[in-house]
Design a protein around this ligand. Structure first.
Ligand code: FEO
Length: 424
């Protein structure tokens, strides 16, 4: 008996023994998880905080031939190798399928190519060019170059390749193990969060990963909504039983939930709620943010998320701004421009081609006003209508408070119209 014992039940669920200490798991008798957890890195892409770590997922598909689907960050190569040795027992890998070339998944390629000299590297034309550019592997004998719809016969299992450009780089593709109905999706349907023992969704508390999916999507993939939509249209007819992304758990029971999050966010469709993002040097603009939040709450808005852009991570701010349909942004004038942390936030939202927000703007100045105009400039560049705006000179007073009440009336009126329109 192997280390990976299976017994299928009538309802297609199954039990299996595991090698948790090695972070190896059989998904099906001939498909194994061999990925690694990274609990050391502070920031993904040197930008995005990882309070719960991240996993780099890698999979073995074993039939007459053996394929490794995606690899891991170079610093985690030795852990991947130990997983491969454990699963393969010294046998060779015939193919390395490279669904995505970002170095969190391709960093191990040169070491794998050296360890398995007979192994062919499978990718599309752009993948092959990038492997040459990043890692200097240019011997065309090492590559199997594939196009959309091409198949690779492993024996009992056929791999079909689907080109899914810009999810999240131009070379990204997906691999479908046809007979097992497993789709290896690269970054798509991925989340932050290292795997805490459970590898498949029904083995773990998915709440953490589903929550982190908003942050992962908005931070990493957010700019590429239309490409994600095309990919969803292309892959939905495959009706996969397992979705195996390169980050986070394997989706089986929660395929509908993770797909709905990706579908909604990639169409820029938000949930009811309002994110208030503000910058404040000495608390005066912050007082406006607090007054606006109270005015919205008094008008029935319950889900309000407030972020101080000077303190909170851009990552979490973007995530909430993507997630909720109301967005209110405020900042003081700073050296005759927009307060820098708010400017960074607005630039990030513009980069992500933000749409479908009910937008409110508030600003402040001491002797000359610039922040309000700069905020309006961003709104115009994103094609967003401003539902409400207000400006304060120096400190808050009754006049400003009265103006904030009018601001809240206008903002909530537009928000209700927008929500009602979505229901129709
Ligand atoms: Fe997980 Fe685009 O890399």
């Amino acid at each position: 008996m192997s280390n990976f014992e299976f017994s299928f039940q009538n309802d297609h669920t199954y039990k299996h023994n595991t090698r948790q200490e090695m972070n190896i798991r059989a998904i099906l008798p001939d498909i194994f998880y061999v990925g690694v957890n990274d609990r050391e890195k502070h920031r993904f892409e040197s930008l995005w905080p990882l309070p719960h770590g991240v996993s780099y997922n890698s999979y073995i598909v074993r039939s007459h031939k053996t394929a490794l689907i995606d690899s891991v960050e170079v610093r985690e190569s030795l852990t991947l190798f130990s997983h491969l040795d454990e699963v393969l027992g010294g046998t060779e890998i015939d193919y390395l399928v490279v669904n995505h070339m970002e170095p969190d998944h391709s960093g191990s390629i040169p070491l794998l190519a050296a360890k398995y000299p007979e192994m062919k590297i499978v990718g599309n034309k752009q993948t092959v060019a990038m492997i040459g550019g990043f890692y200097g592997i240019t011997d065309q004998e090492r590559f199997v170059t594939v196009c959309d719809g091409d198949k690779l016969d492993l024996g009992e299992i056929t791999l079909r390749f689907l080109m899914t450009p810009m999810v999240h780089w131009p070379e990204t593709m997906m691999t479908f193990a046809e007979e097992r109905r497993i789709l290896f999706t690269g970054d798509a349907f991925g989340t932050f969060g290292a795997l805490n023992g459970g590898i498949i969704d029904f083995e773990t508390d998915t709440a953490l990963y589903l929550e982190e999916a908003y942050r992962y999507y908005s931070n990493i993939v957010g700019k590429y909504g239309k490409f994600v939509q095309r990919t969803i249209e292309k892959t939905a007819p495959l009706a996969p039983e397992f979705i195996c992304p390169t980050h986070g758990p394997i989706w089986h029971e929660s395929i509908a939930e993770i797909s709905a999050i990706y579908d909604r966010l990639s169409r820029y469709h938000s949930e009811p709620g309002t994110t208030i993002v503000y910058g404040s040097m000495y608390g005066n603009t912050e007082a406006m943010a607090e007054a606006i939040a109270m005015a919205l709450a008094a008008r029935g808005e319950k889900r309000i998320r407030i972020h101080n852009a000077g303190k909170d991570s851009l990552s979490h701010i973007i995530s909430d701004a993507f997630r909720y349909d109301g967005l209110i942004v405020g900042a003081p004038t700073y050296s005759m421009t927009l307060f820098p942390p708010v400017d960074t936030f607005m630039k990030a939202m513009q980069t992500r081609e933000t749409q479908n927000k009910v937008l409110g703007l508030f600003s402040s100045f001491t002797w000359a006003s610039a922040a309000g105009k700069a905020l309006e400039g961003y709104a115009e560049a994103m094609g967003l209508q401003v539902a409400a705006k207000t400006e304060m000179k120096q400190g808050i007073n009754n006049e400003i408070r009265a103006d904030i009440e009018k601001f809240a009336d206008s903002f909530m009126s537009e928000l209700h119209k927008s929500r009602y329109a979505r229901l129709r």
